[in-house]
Design a protein around this ligand. Structure first.
Ligand SMILES: *Cc1c(COP(=O)(O)O)cnc(C)c1O
Length: 444
């Protein structure tokens, strides 16, 4: 077989292809990047991110809408910048994410603030910069928000997050719309809480929202949640309350190989049809995709440290571990793995390998039973690593977090340098260090 023709690897990332048996992303050789920057290394395709964003926006062009990228999926500044330049909004869950959005050039007026536990300082900062909306999850939170806004002589725009008691078919840890989990206001009490919010002097009721989970692959759970939401809206609007935006959350899934999955436009058209049918087609539609905007745009490049064929299993030990990419260990996620350079059949034998990291945990694996032809010293590439990869990376085992590169058709740009051991140690003090406080915790 000729290796001259470029060959695609993955239908959801056409920017990734073998050219002369070497894997390239947007025309940039991944083994070259690994040689320059070391591994583990995250590499993102800017083109793939923009294409994913357009997939949400094109069906909404004739509608009042705001796509709010869920920052927690990948909060790297340059990733936010790519989206901010397109006028994308942002869904944040902390003041740290807010500062990231502002640093990357995002507009505060396009930011919605989610999360079950918002601290006072976080609320104050968000009011001060003028965010679009607080997505409120409880009466306690509403009252604190009202008090803080009143003290600042400002008004806080509010949407209530409903718990629509819809459980999508997904991993338990990433399902958020069920009765048994901590998120949202129960339907039974939501109308009462809206009436209370409407009476509070420093609160502006502007929206209604839900978010039912992550890696969802069916439209039906969204429509069930939307129906609950619209039923409540019927009641509230009959009482004279006007809700200007409807926020359907995020959670649309991505493909990890070639499994069937519809595009976000199918989800959007079903939602728009339902809004029209129920008389709410004139409202601003807010949607909060995270994974589906960046997940397939990123790969993790890792070097093969050694091969350890044993009687029971063949282990391929790589230099990326669960601290760099936790999804397989934490969610049992399947992530497709390919060779960075297609090995010659005479150098390696194809058999099944467990691709495992160097971290001292048996759960530290990236892929199990994968048919590969690994060669020690060469590189593997883990696909669909753009979301919940770097943003969940930790320093467990005192491992510096990876570097990140953004490629576009003309450039490969270093967007985060690799952490150093010094970075990891610099905030710590030995007991004898001169900066030790004279009394415990500085009290007295
Ligand atoms: C995590 C989260 C999202 C994004 O979820 P994805 O599965 O990444 O699309 C959106 N909204 C809220 C409130 C979230 O917590």
């Amino acid at each position: 077989m000729s290796q001259r023709q470029p060959s695609k690897v993955f239908s959801s990332l056409p920017e990734l292809e073998y050219r002369a048996s070497e894997l390239h992303l947007e025309g940039v050789s991944l083994s070259r990047l690994a040689a320059l920057q070391g591994t583990p290394l995250y590499v993102y395709s800017q083109g793939a991110m923009l294409r994913a964003l357009a997939g949400y926006r094109n069906p909404l062009v004739r509608r009042k809408h705001l796509v709010c990228y869920a920052v927690k999926a990948n909060s790297t500044l340059a990733v936010l910048q790519v989206l901010a330049r397109e006028g994308c909004g942002f869904d944040i869950v902390s003041v740290g994410e807010l500062e990231r959005v502002l640093t990357a050039g995002g507009l505060p007026s396009n930011v919605v603030f989610a999360g079950v536990g918002k601290r006072r300082d976080e609320v104050e900062r968000a009011i001060e910069v003028g965010i679009k909306c607080f997505n409120v999850e409880s009466e306690g939170e509403l009252m604190v928000l009202s008090e803080i806004a009143a003290n600042l002589r400002k008004r806080a725009p509010v949407s209530l997050r409903l718990n629509p008691e819809v459980s999508p078919n997904t991993h338990r840890y990433i399902s958020t719309g069920g009765k048994e989990n901590k998120f949202g206001v129960p339907l039974a009490t939501a109308a009462g809480l809206y009436r209370l919010a409407a009476r509070l002097p420093a609160i502006d009721v502007v929206g209604i929202n839900f978010h039912i989970g992550s890696q969802i692959t069916e439209v039906a759970p969204y429509l069930r949640a939307l129906d609950c939401t619209l039923q409540l809206l019927d009641v509230l609007e009959a009482e004279g309350l006007r809700i200007s935006h409807i926020d359907v959350g995020g959670g649309w899934g991505i493909r990890h190989l070639d499994e069937p999955l519809s595009e976000p436009r199918h989800l959007l058209s079903a939602i728009l049809d339902r809004l029209d049918a129920r008389g709410y087609g004139d409202r601003e539609l807010v949607i909060e995709p995270g994974r589906s905007l960046v997940g397939n745009a990123g790969v993790l490049v890792t070097q093969i440290l050694s091969l350890k064929p044993t009687e029971g299993k063949n282990f391929c030990i790589v230099d990326a571990g669960m601290n760099d990419l936790v999804r397989p260990a934490m969610y049992n996620a399947y992530m497709h793995i390919v060779e960075c350079v297609k090995p010659l059949d005479c150098l390696a034998s194809r058999r099944n390998w467990d691709v495992v990291g160097p971290v001292c945990e048996s759960g530290d694996w990236l892929g199990l039973d994968r048919s590969l032809m690994p060669v020690a010293g060469e590189h593997l590439v883990i696909l669909s690593a753009g979301a919940y990869g770097m943003s969940m990376a930790s320093n467990y085992n005192t491992r510096p977090r990876p570097a990140e590169i953004m490629v576009n058709s003309t450039n490969a740009i270093l967007i985060r340098r690799r952490e150093t051991i010094d970075d990891l140690l610099k905030n710590e003090m030995l007991l004898t260090s001169p900066s030790a406080l004279s009394s415990p915790l500085g009290r007295g």
